[in-house]
Design a protein around this ligand. Structure first.
Ligand SMILES: *Cc1c(COP(=O)(O)O)cnc(C)c1O
Length: 375
């Protein structure tokens, strides 16, 4: 891994010489600049004489981190103060249940679009609480496409419409979002803050941090106040979103270290130019890989319909499983880790999250083109 990219999104310093390009789907690569800051601040957080992970979550140091993480989220996404930003534990998987527990009242139905394993899990959990209508699904086609917003209808009395904006396992992503008349709820775990969206149109967004904005342990939930006002009353304290919005995620001990890293990642995004900056980089990165796939589609066999291609998780098969495992092994030896596809799909998966520098994609594409020539 020698050559340098001309782009500046991937800083190369002496300390990363032994670091590989990490294409893991999650937990995933984080910006080197962020890791360096965390390393430098780790033993003595800004003169406090202790590590942030040894500090009280009620200390002024953590309070500042929490406030800043919330403010940066609003700023980066262009949200006004109708939106509450909270950090909770339990992963996105807990939100699969927490959302319908709170927002699917008896006698109502919730509308879901089924675009992959994570959507299917969200649907399964919602059924614990009420009626679910799957308004569109690509299951019969092995989840190889995203239903187009004009091709399905959402009942006007649905409690909400739930989407998974990016399907981490199957490699598909919504390229244009529906605009339903009912509240819109999205699991954005694997493409959160990777591109611009009309975020104010969403009533609730949740995202596990470990794909695109930080380490495992924290899930960010954004809730608009008009939707929050409709949340079921009388739930156990920890299952009432108001507990967390009222106390700014400090009712109980939050995932302190994860929120700290998320704050650093958001500072990194902001300093470089925010979502329009990262969107342009992500656009270019996915283009490089799909151009390779399209240049030799007998060998590099994209698994999804072109209009539904994900910018974040790019899935492909090679002509044989033997070639696939050879590519993964040789890539690993050359410094490209984490390329094995999910066990349910097989093949190769290139996760190109925000923190994957363009240089990593350029070098991987060159490696794959050379591999093809020698195969
Ligand atoms: C990884 C992932 C999840 C599950 O996240 P956990 O934090 O492990 O619960 C849910 N949805 C999507 C889209 C994911 O990529």
């Amino acid at each position: 891994m020698a050559s340098e990219s001309t782009l500046t999104d991937g800083p190369t310093t002496d300390t990363n010489r032994h670091r590989v390009f990490n294409f893991s789907p999650g937990p995933a690569t984080l910006p080197l600049e962020v890791l360096e800051i965390a390393k430098n601040e780790f033993l003595d957080y800004r003169g406090s004489g202790m590590s942030i992970i040894e500090s009280s979550h009620r200390s002024k140091e953590y309070d500042a981190i929490n406030e800043e993480a919330i403010a940066l989220t609003r700023e980066l996404l262009g949200l006004d103060d109708r939106f509450h930003v909270i950090f909770v534990g339990g992963g996105a998987s807990t939100q699969f249940a927490h959302v319908p527990m709170s927002f699917l009242p008896e006698g109502k139905i919730a509308a879901y679009v089924d675009t992959g394993s994570w959507s299917a899990k969200a649907i399964k959990e919602a059924k614990h609480f009420g009626s679910v209508e799957v308004v569109a699904s690509s299951k019969e086609s092995d989840y190889t496409f995203i239903p187009q917003p004009g091709d399905f209808t959402v009942p006007s009395d649905a409690a909400y419409l739930h989407l998974t904006t990016n399907n981490t396992i199957f490699g598909t992503q919504w390229q244009s979002l529906p605009k339903p008349t009912v509240p819109l709820v999205a699991d954005m775990s694997s493409d959160f803050m990777s591109r611009r969206h009309p975020f104010s149109d969403f009533s609730l967004i949740y995202a596990g941090a470990q794909k695109n904005i930080g380490p495992a342990g924290a899930t960010m939930v954004i809730i608009r106040d008009d939707f929050l006002a409709t949340a079921k009353e009388g739930l156990p304290t920890m299952f009432d979103y108001r507990t967390h919005t009222n106390k700014k995620s400090l009712y109980n001990t939050p995932p302190v270290f994860a929120v700290y890293i998320i704050k650093l990642v958001m500072e990194w995004l902001k300093e470089h130019g925010g979502l329009s900056w990262i969107e342009a980089i992500n656009q270019r990165k996915q283009q490089l890989v799909y151009d390779l796939i399209d240049s030799d589609s007998d060998f590099f066999r994209g698994t999804v319909r072109p209009d539904s291609r994900s910018w974040m998780n790019i899935t492909l098969r090679l002509p044989s499983e033997e070639l696939e495992s050879r590519l993964i092994t040789e890539a690993k030896a050359a410094g490209f880790a984490g390329l094995k596809g999910h066990r349910s799909v097989g093949g190769i998966r290139i996760s190109a999250y925000n923190a994957m520098p363009t240089a990593g994609i350029e070098q991987l594409v060159r490696f794959m083109a050379d591999f093809r020539k020698s195969a």
